[in-house]
Design a protein around this ligand. Sequence first.
Ligand code: 3H9
Length: 695
Amino acid sequence: MSTNSNVVSIHLEDNIGTITINYPPVNALGQVVRQGLKQSIEQLNSDSRCKVIVIQCVGRTFIAGADIREFGSTPLEPFLPDVVNDIEACPKPVIASLFGTTLGGGLEVALACHYRVALATGLVGLPEVNLGLIPGAGGTQRLMRIIGVKSALEMITSGKHCSVHSLESSGLFDAIFSTSSDEPVSELAALTHTFAKQLISCDQLEVNPVGQRIVDTNDINWDDVKSAIIKKARGRIAPLVAFDIIKSTHLLTVSEGMNVERDEFVKLLKSEQSAALRHAFAAEKMASKIVSAPQTTQAEPMDVQCIGVIGGGTMGVGIATAALSAGLSVVLIEQTEIAAKTAATNIEKIIQGNVKSGRMNVNVAESCLNRLTTSENKQNLSQCQLIIEAIFEDINVKKELFAELSEICDGNTLFASNTSYLNLNEIAQSVSHPERFVGMHFFSPAHIMKLLEVIRTDHSSDVAIATAMFVAKKLKKIAVLVNVCFGFAGNRMFSRHGREIQQILLEGASIEQIDSALTHWGMAMGPLSVQDLAGIDIGCKARASKPLPGHDPGYFRPSTLMFENNRLGRKTKLGFYRYDEAGKAHSDPEAEKLIRAESAKLGIKQKSFTDDEIVHRALFALISEGLQLYNEGIVQRLSDIDVIWMNGYGFPRYRGGPMFQAQQLGKETVISELLKLQTEYGELIWPDVNYDIPQ
Ligand code: 3H9
């Protein structure tokens, strides 16, 4: 017998009723799926021919969670907690057949089943905290009854996707299947069917609902666990809520616990943090989409298997490592054989470090290193489909290099520059086919940082852009497409933000107060500590390539003063802070004295700031510059700016990015605040912006 709906279908064979979900892209639990699951369980339960039920999915994954697109609209019945309770209450054994990424509500469905089987390559997790939520369909109650309170707390409060393999002995799975089949999902279906048949042949048809198991809390020290969670949460509230629920409900029944869980889930769904984190998720998905003119078809990316990297410094090594880790071949070019060897050694060190920390297995590491060629001979680049330049920031040297590459490589090779601020339109002129030239601005360390700005020059073809975005995805980067301007989107805003911080310093706030106000608000690091870490000379040299703004006498004066006094940051053990032998930062009255003397020289009246005032000014500088970037068409959408700031500049994800903050404040408030700042400091610093943020 088989019953079909487009989304959830039933097939009955060998007394096994198989429920198949087919709801692309990730089989999320939209209303149609919940309804289909509920009806299918009821139908198979009342069919006397069915002895065992299997829940499986087709496509790329078992259920990857609740349907995020439904959050924010009125929930429609049946509700997920009721559906999972129906599954658990079914008197016939229900088996969940897992592959891909079984996440959130998807794992909650699986936890309510009486058996779970999985492909060894799969991942499972309760990532709700990443959306500012907690599991809302029994996850806080059932997981601890299977894998223990401590492991459940770790999984729920971290939101991590865990490999099936790492949970082999956790009790979560009744069978784990490895397969080398070209069609692993069909193979899994067959293996699950055999598993179900065995239950029938062994007459193992009694069910043992997870919800009736007792929670073992022997190994838990609640206070220690709570302190660790607070530390890791860094301002996010959901992990703490999950902890409190588990602590307060572990002795209750599942149904009592689920009532508490549901109340807290609903509260969090309405919280600002969840709105911000859901915005972050959607904004990142959106950033990878290229806006094209109506009625035009999206360009197909070129196939890239081998990447050339020119320059074996920190950036080149990071880019090469990211490409190797993504399964690509790399040809890395340095000026001398010795420099090329040093780069190879540095790449090997990073890869071996990954093996040591368990992030990479030995065979994968070996394969990565086998795909690396280092050389001082640029002719070796002719086999590459994409060449990324990562040499020092000198426009003439870069132009010469690309002219030379145009001779070596055929007309199909894509060229990219990793410059952080040089004019890519000018560099493009030195390439024989400027349409195949783009910017790919990685962030340091390039093998770790997620953000990648892909820069479209005036000449870049759609294929070149599509290929750069496609390679970015392969490298597991979050790519944002931007147009050419000084510093592109990220560094231009960083510079505007830095200017405001320096002005606040000159107006009387102390170095420590600025850093502490912003880190308490959630920034990963204080802006002045960042300067010390990056090296104060780097910014000073970059600014020296442009004339100083005559209308802004205080423009980066504190940094310039540090530079002139050889206080270059951590590398000279003196910068905005003083660093001891162990690298610990201390406040330094000398640095403050230099700044106060400069304020007096510039005639800047001193005042005291509250932490909120510091955050407000720093945030509004970002909002103002972000609006200008949008108005000028440098970014495709405002949310792209949020993606850049959250992934490249330590902006707290739970605050959704500067433009999300602007949206939360509302158009009127933002305009009136910007006008106030314009009145006080002039329109050259706070220019008029066309505020057209969709609400
Ligand atoms: C939850 O479950 C709450 C419950 O506890 C309680 C409820 C009462 N819904 O990332 P990709 C879309 S909270 C709808 O590019 P990948 C995504 O937008 C939820 N759509 O692919 C994209 O669409 P498009 C807990 C979703 O292979 C497409 O799928 N679950 C959802 O790199 C492909 O996505 C999560 O938080 C969704 N839940 O990664 C999982 N998920 O093509 C969040 C994805 O139109 N999702 N889409 O741009 C992920 O982590 C990744 O998307 C996943 C696939 C690992 C699944």
